[in-house]
Design a protein around this ligand. Structure first.
Ligand code: M6R
Length: 630
């Protein structure tokens, strides 16, 4: 939530900041603002709403300032109004601050600062920061000798030590026009290194057009950026040794490449994502003698496993539900899936030899990180069999999750810009297939030929997605035309496809703002069937396997209540053609692998309905791509 960017160098900062913010807009788009310093004067421009509002405010003026900070906001404290937009300033309007996160003790700090004569103009937690820095700056200036070049840095450092919460901050001051201070405390922040110019940003797409050399700050670290270089310190003021690394991301990966929306592009990238996961997780030679799976996880992750617990949110939680199915059915390990936000406050009783998995595409979701760190804490100091074992499944191994857990499965989907998760979900499923098979193999639960058969089936998936994508797209576009004004949708699935029904409903809700619910098909008769009539269409996922006939019967029960039935199903199988009013074809594959195919029409249906309604598919209202607040 919220994206921040900073620049110091020789070029005009404004355009660099604005184009950086464009790439961060997925993190929030309630308001945007930038502050720059030119001729020792601070110039701050802010605008409510999306970035284009800020751009049109700025474009009328030329500003060659070589230093600046910018922000795109997802509102937490205070409405999305201009006065609450970042950057926030001190009373003298010399210091400007942008923040991503929450300062939890801002009320106390605000009261204390008020007694010292500070007046506030916004409702935000962030505004206390420039005021606090101004207060410390006064003291530093009074104490410092003429040669001190760390006055501003020290004032920021002292202020930061007063803050509680999770935040990333960038600060500039008109009295120190050659310094930009960047701070990280449990919210992502990366420093970028160019030729005589330096950047900071919440995420790498904001700076990839300028540099691939980056240094992600760790929690409790702050960087001093000057035109001469970057110094990193901890909050106690001790210099830290850090290593710059090169990003594999390229600038074209964050472009739409001819697609109307990022979401559609990302849906179409799924065959490639599955191929990347297959190449990384499975050996190319399936000779049966050696392990077929290359997750690189040490035996200590798996030894004497009694249970697995998975914490996640949103779409990642849906992927985890499929993960549970696979881990239990293939590897025979009892598995629980918890909403991270619930687990934090009501954890399940401690069970020995438990593997805890955090699933988060961004690796920055506050609830998931907090659930994992709570698990770590409560197992600390216990006898060995109770000690914590953490594994992360993420698309961003460089994220906070990557720093927190010792083992990672990298989901290799490439950067996902659309707020609605699509290709990263599919990649998470691939990670779970690999994990469940790895475990099954190590526990000698699955005969080698079954294992090889499943992997062979997985290898066909990219081709199967490719061959149906275009047909599915045409059909879902056609359905979108008919259902664009529908108010309620029901999605039904059973067994391994129940989470796909949940995912179909979530996709539709978040980008089209249509009310939708996903149910296990057999549960309809226990209440929700009362919702059905001719105005409520039902999407049923009916794939051959253990529950096919059951889903068909449940669909017929819905049809008997006048619901229009849309089947996501192999067209030539069983009774499908007689039951469904409309069919979106999926290829017939092993039931176990079917979610990799059934999810695609769910994504396309939601996409086309939202696009038909003229909505902002990639940046739906009220949402942000990474939810870094509780
Ligand atoms: O980055 P994470 O996977 O932890 O994000 C979790 C959810 O916030 C995320 O899946 C959200 O539900 C998406 N908008 C779904 O499309």
């Amino acid at each position: 939530m919220c994206g921040i960017v900073g620049y110091i160098g020789t070029q005009a900062a404004t355009e660099i900041l604005l184009s950086g913010l464009e790439k961060l807009e997925y993190r929030g788009y309630d308001s945007a603002g930038i502050a720059t310093i030119l001729s020792d004067e601070l110039n701050c421009v802010r605008a409510k709403g999306k970035l284009h509002n800020l751009r049109s405010k700025i474009e009328q003026s030329e500003n060659p300032a070589p230093i600046g900070i910018g922000h795109t906001r997802w509102a937490t404290h205070g409405k999305p109004e201009e006065r609450n937009a970042h950057p926030h300033m001190d009373m003298a309007m010399r210091i400007a601050v942008v923040q991503n996160g929450i300062v939890e003790n801002y009320r106390e700090l605000r009261e204390q600062l008020k007694t010292q004569g500070h007046e506030f103009v916004s409702e935000t937690d962030t505004e206390v920061i420039p005021h606090l820095i101004a207060q410390f700056l006064k003291e530093e200036v009074a104490l410092a000798d003429d040669n001190s070049d760390v006055i501003f840095f020290e004032a920021v450092r002292k202020a930061v030590n007063e803050l509680q919460g999770a935040f990333a901050i960038a600060v500039i001051c008109a009295d120190y026009p050659d310094e930009l201070i960047a701070v990280r405390q449990q919210a992502p922040l990366v420093i970028g290194f160019g030729q005589g110019e330096f950047f900071c940003a919440s995420d790498t797409p904001a700076i990839i057009a300028h540099t691939r050399a980056v240094l992600p700050l760790d929690n409790g670290e702050m960087a001093r950026l000057t035109p001469l270089g970057v110094e990193v310190y901890n909050f106690a003021g001790l210099r830290q040794r850090k290593h710059v690394r090169m990003l594999s991301l390229s600038p074209t990966m964050v472009e739409k490449q001819g697609f109307k929306h990022f979401m559609l592009k990302e849906i179409y990238e799924q065959p490639g994502v599955v191929r990347a996961c297959l190449d990384a997780y499975f050996s190319s030679e399936g000779d049966g003698a050696d392990s077929l799976i290359n997750l690189g996880l040490s035996e200590s992750v798996y030894a004497d496993l009694e249970q697995i617990q998975i914490v996640a949110c949103g779409t990642s939680w849906h992927a985890a539900l499929i993960g549970k199915y696979l881990l239990e059915q293939l590897a025979g390990v009892p598995t629980q899936v918890q909403y991270a936000s619930e687990f934090r406050y009501a954890p399940a009783p401690l069970i020995p030899n438990t593997l805890t998995i955090g699933v988060t595409q961004s690796g920055e979701t506050a609830d998931t990180l907090a659930a994992l760190s709570m698990e770590k804490e409560r197992r600390q100091g216990l006898e060995p069999k109770y000690q914590v074992r953490l594994l992360g499944i993420t698309n961003r191994p460089e994220s906070s999750l990557g720093h927190m857990v010792p083992h990672i499965i990298n989901t290799l989907a490439g950067i996902e810009i659309g707020v609605a998760a699509t290709k990263t979900f599919t990649a998470q499923l691939m990670a779970f297939y690999a994990l469940a098979l790895d475990l099954a193999e190590r526990r000698k639960i699955l005969p080698q030929e079954n294992l090889a058969e499943i992997i062979a089936g997985l290898r066909h998936i990219p081709k199967e997605i490719e061959s149906t994508l275009e047909t599915q797209e045409k059909l879902t576009e056609h359905l979108a035309h008919e259902f664009a004004e529908t108010q309620d949708f029901i999605f039904l699935g059973r067994g391994i496809n129940f989470p796909i029904a949940l995912e179909g409903a979530l996709k539709l809700k978040e980008i089209s703002y249509i009310h939708a619910e996903g149910y296990p098909a057999g549960e309809m008769k226990h209440g929700p069937i009362a919702l059905l009539d001719a105005k409520v269409p039902v999407v049923a996922i009916a794939t051959p396997g253990s529950v096919y006939e059951k889903v068909i019967s449940n669909a017929q029960e819905a049809k008997a209540r006048d619901s229009r039935l849309i089947g996501v199903t192999p067209v030539n199988h069983g009774e499908a053609a007689d039951v469904f009013n409309d069919m979106i074809p999926v290829t017939e594959v092993d039931e176990l692998l079917s979610p990799l195919l059934t999810v695609v029409p769910m994504q396309l249906l939601a996409y086309h309905i939202a696009a038909r309604r003229g909505l902002d598919v990639d940046q739906p209202r009220n949402l942000a791509k990474s939810v870094t607040v509780e």
